[in-house]
Design a binder for this molecule. Structure first.
Ligand SMILES: *Cc1c(COP(=O)(O)O)cnc(C)c1O
Length: 425
């Protein structure tokens, strides 16, 4: 499908039925696969033949959805996981072991900060946070010979900083390590990080990709472009004992990283989603391009409305000319900057709570990026585990309200905001 536009790929990629087969991607609700010979199964176990052996490792329904997402991102392969958290965990564990470290931008999702700073730390893997303000020299100074990768989010959740993908790809590549980009908020409709030098792309598919708030999931996509044979990645260039000494770079070439992530980490850690969930995710993907267009259009109108309102102290949306990331948004997000807008209400935390409680159409939920307009106060919810210092580094103030603008009629959304603001004295 590589010659089609991204909009066509949303609908057509991944599954192409043959004569007389179901038009819609079937749900292969089977843990198990049948073989004509024991030899063939032996070859599958030795990774010498292609095919499914057990649904903890791969499944035909999942494969189609993986192929679609990989195609959307311009990758060479993808692996679905049970959540975005699992996807980020596996993407890092695939090339990082105890005693090693990695560099991450500090303005990222709160759950990812916990994963990096607490859980990975307990596993002996150290995260070194780079703030977006740091100069190249200051970021360079975070690296040593045990640094394995650089991590950032295209549009940070919820600070909405836009990642200068080319800049961090250059920094990472100068140190001989890959750039991993969490592209959850942008989706491949608004930005394809591989085109700007990212090596691995990760998503929480729970957000816009599903788009209807029905399925928690994640995906890791491999660009196939990083050269793993520079001596820094022995797990890919030296024999894997768990497969009788297979050497991933030798046997799988540019698919080394994504193959190892599936056959070793998904196998051992058990984070394969169900066929039913992959099917639901695929339904979401079929309308992703149409929904993203409306999310972006509505969010920009909400952001402009809030900017003009005297009860609002500040508004952050990368497509506002007042945004410090406007230039980056023009470069990396020409079609729009997703549906998420953050802002502060005069009167701080108390006013924010009054505003949220007064909304009628927009609901208070611990979710973003689905079809319905919703609001959240990160400092008291998703990011409440963070220290004050981590909150500031993550770009979150105590008065920050995060609104996920949905795809309802824009006049209804604005009317709801107006009446809720009128309740704030
Ligand atoms: C939600 C989110 C995650 C975590 O994904 P889950 O599917 O909730 O596990 C990771 N990164 C970003 C940017 C997110 O918004």
């Amino acid at each position: 499908m590589s010659n089609y536009s991204v909009e066509t790929k949303c609908i057509q990629s991944g599954y192409t039925p043959k004569n007389g087969e179901p038009r819609v991607l079937p749900i292969y609700q089977s843990t198990t696969y049948k073989y004509d010979s024991a030899d063939h199964l032996g070859d599958l176990f030795d990774l010498k033949a292609d095919g499914h052996m057990y649904s903890r490792i791969s499944n035909p329904t999942l494969s189609c959805v993986e192929d679609k997402i990989s195609d959307l991102e311009g990758g060479i392969g993808a692996v679905l996981t049970t959540s975005g958290q699992a996807a980020n965990l596996l993407a890092i564990l695939n090339i990082t072991s105890a005693g090693q470290n990695f560099v991450s931008l500090s303005s990222i999702y709160g759950g990812t900060i916990n994963l990096f700073a607490v859980t990975l730390k307990r596993m002996g893997i150290e995260v070194r946070f780079a703030t977006p303000e740091m100069s190249d020299e200051e970021v360079d100074a975070l690296f040593d010979e045990n640094t394995r990768l650089v991590f950032g989010e295209t549009i940070a959740n919820p600070a909405l900083n836009v990642l200068d993908i080319e800049r961090y790809a250059n920094i990472a590549h100068n140190h001989g390590v890959p750039l991993l980009v969490d592209n959850t908020f942008a989706t491949p409709i608004l930005c394809r990080p591989i085109e700007f030098g990212a090596d691995i792309v990760i998503h929480s598919t729970t957000k816009y990709m599903d788009g209807h708030a029905t399925v928690v999931g994640g995906v890791v996509v491999d660009s196939g472009k990083f050269d793993w044979s520079n001596g820094k990645f022995p797990e890919l260039t030296e024999p894997d004992e768990s497969y009788h000494g297979v050497v991933y770079t030798k046997q799988f070439g540019k698919n080394a990283y994504i193959t190892k992530l599936r056959v070793q980490l998904v196998r051992d850690l058990g984070v394969a989603p169900s066929a039913m969930n992959a099917f639901l995710l695929n339904l979401g993907l079929e309308t992703l391009h149409v929904r993203m267009e409306r999310h972006c259009e509505n969010a920009l109108k909400v952001a402009k409305f809030l900017e003009e309102n005297d009860k609002i102290s500040w508004v952050n949306y990368p497509k506002l000319e007042s945004s410090s990331d406007f230039g980056l948004a023009e470069k990396y997000l020409p079609k729009g900057a997703c549906g998420v807008v953050s802002f502060g209400i005069k009167g701080g935390r108390e006013a924010a709570v009054k505003f949220m409680d007064s909304l009628k159409l927009a609901a208070i939920v611990v979710h973003v990026a689905d079809a319905r307009t919703s609001v959240l106060h990160p400092a008291s919810t998703t990011h409440r585990q963070l220290t004050d210092e981590q909150l500031i580094d993550a770009g979150i103030s105590a008065d920050l309200v995060r609104m996920s603008v949905g795809i309802e009629n824009i006049d209804d959304i604005l009317d709801d905001i107006k009446q809720a603001l009128s309740e704030v004295k």
